[in-house]
Design a protein around this ligand. Structure first.
Ligand SMILES: Cc1cc2nc3c(=O)[nH]c(=O)nc-3n(C[C@H](O)[C@H](O)[C@H](O)COP(=O)(O)O)c2cc1C
Length: 188
């Protein structure tokens, strides 16, 4: 049987070196098998959105970011919540990726959302805002129980997610994302 190759792009919503969300993505990337690859795309190179620069010759880092989204079969956005919402670096990157409107790399792209927080909420307010923003970009946000990891600082050690139930829940989310990608391929 040929392997059903699936390329996923993981976007961390935090630039912090020891980011919990980055650690979650790194852990998940190491768990991928059966032709599924998860590549992490840190947002350090993404400048502030300026529509004046978003013309025929956008910054090279933006072209590379949008190309990486286009080349992927699906996205995993793993983000903290900042002040009850989406961190600015992530919203800014999504704004770049959202153009041109209705024809952007995000249009029709399957997306699994994950949020985490050291608090008890797991970042669900950022989760809800991300769903809304990506719906505006015409992305196919996976409908499933929210992957929102509470008390995440107690579940990370050595830069990896070590909590078995949180890891299982996140991996089930990736299963749902891959099933959506296969479903879309079947229609193509
Ligand atoms: C500016 C700022 C705002 C924050 N606001 C929230 C918040 O609204 N809700 C929440 O659960 N955590 C909040 N936090 C805590 C973050 O969830 C925590 O710092 C988290 O570890 C950041 O994600 P990271 O580990 O991926 O860098 C905030 C942190 C910062 C720095």
């Amino acid at each position: 049987m040929p392997v059903d190759k699936i390329r996923l792009l993981g976007i961390p919503g935090s630039l912090r070196r020891d980011s919990n969300n980055l650690a979650m993505l790194k852990t998940l990337a190491e768990k991928m098998k059966n032709g599924i690859e998860l590549t992490i795309y840190p947002l350090d190179s993404i400048s502030l959105y300026n529509q004046d620069l978003d013309g025929a010759l956008p910054p090279a880092a933006i072209v590379a970011f949008k190309d990486a989204i286009t080349a992927s079969d699906g996205l995993i956005v793993a983000s903290p919540e900042f002040n009850y919402g989406i961190p600015g670096v992530l919203k800014n990157a999504l704004d770049w990726a959202s153009r041109p409107a209705m024809k952007s790399p995000l249009n029709g792209k399957p997306v699994l959302l994950m949020t985490s927080s050291p608090g008890i909420g797991g970042g669900i307010r950022a989760h809800a805002q991300l769903r809304e923003t990506l719906s505006g970009c015409l992305s196919r946000v996976i409908a499933r129980p929210q992957v929102a990891i509470a008390s995440v600082h107690q579940k990370i050690a050595g830069g990896r997610l070590i909590d078995e139930s949180a890891l299982k829940f996140a991996l089930e989310g990736i299963d749902d994302l891959c099933n959506e990608i296969r479903l879309l391929r079947g229609r193509g």
